[in-house]
Design a protein around this ligand. Sequence first.
Ligand code: SAM
Ligand code: SF4
Ligand code: SF4
Length: 374
Amino acid sequence: MKIKLVDQRLNSLRAEIPPLDWSGELLSDQLKRPLHDLRISVTDRCNFRCNYCMPKEVFNKDYNYLPHGDLLSFEEITRLAKVFVSLGVRKIRLTGGEPLLRKNLEILVAQLSKITTPDGDKLDLTLTTNGSLLSKKALLLKDAGLNRITVSLDGLDDAVFKSMNDVDFPVHDVLDGIAAAQSAGMDVKVNMVVKRQTNTNQIIPMAEHFRASGITLRFIEYMDVGVTNGWRMDEVVPSSDVLALIRSNYPLVPLTASAFGETAQRWGYADSFGNWDRSLGEIGLISSVTQAFCSTCTRARLSTEGKLYLCLFASLGFDLRELIRNDCASDRQIASSIAHIWENRVDRYSQLRTNMSGDEGKTAKRVEMSYIGG
Ligand code: SAM
Ligand code: SF4
Ligand code: SF4
């Protein structure tokens, strides 16, 4: 059963400018988590209707997408991104909706890729896409400074994939996009959401396809984001089951996390001596439901129209666009406001979900993934 959308976008919190300026020290929230990553949603529109994200029944011709004037402009996004970097952000991910639907996105990529950290280092800039427009855009994005990209792909079988994207989009075109990104010289990752009785039969074919391809495949547990997808716990395939299935086909060895706050547990394909064979590559398991990683969550999210969300499951965001457009705040004032918001952060939804009974969490009000960005 799908649940009707309560439009949480209409509500927001004022982003106050605190009387005292931010001191310049690195930020830490109430659970001692630094601010390190920023996900920026550049559009709430998408050309797919993945049933776990934008079910057709809700996101139909009557759905009110944000009017263009409400979206942050590229200049506003870049300005906010610079402020976030001054506060400790080192990694930025562009997302959506489908980010490649935003016209001239490469112009934004070019602006963001020029931002440097206070130590003069480059940012870790990446983008998540459904891959449908990637064949056309890969070279433009690479030339604009995008070196890393994540493509979402939930199966290799056309019938399975088409039933998941729900717009009859063929697998082949996404694979062409992935190939285009690789030949443009980008580092490519592939994300697969696993949903019981939908695409579990694609786990092994996907592992086989991307093994030794130079591409890391990551399996994501189906999450209870938003309220429209009718999420049920019994449709979640625990990462431990995915791991067991792959291990019954290929030997794997655990790898250490490459960064604090990394969401994926990494496993490398092993050689006949039981050592990681780098030429075969690795897989990742993102266990957002069965093994909450809130204690190391360093991610802030900026919605399409400039609201700051502190958690994927939050119901309210802080209106930063208001600070820029109406309050004419200076960069320093915006930094103080964000610092104040982050230092009061207590969000840890997935950890709390672990203590909820059954499907209890799905009655909560919260924004949709396509609006806040995955
Ligand atoms: N449209 C782009 C795409 O699909 O890659 C970017 C936005 S999408 C919201 C970002 C990521 O969220 C995708 O990898 C998608 O598979 C994932 N996602 C969406 N809904 C999800 C859910 N209910 N559970 C787990 N992952 C989900
Ligand atoms: Fe679109 Fe991405 Fe959501 Fe699928 S997961 S509907 S491609 S935004
Ligand atoms: Fe971070 Fe919220 Fe996800 Fe926990 S539930 S990992 S706090 S986004």
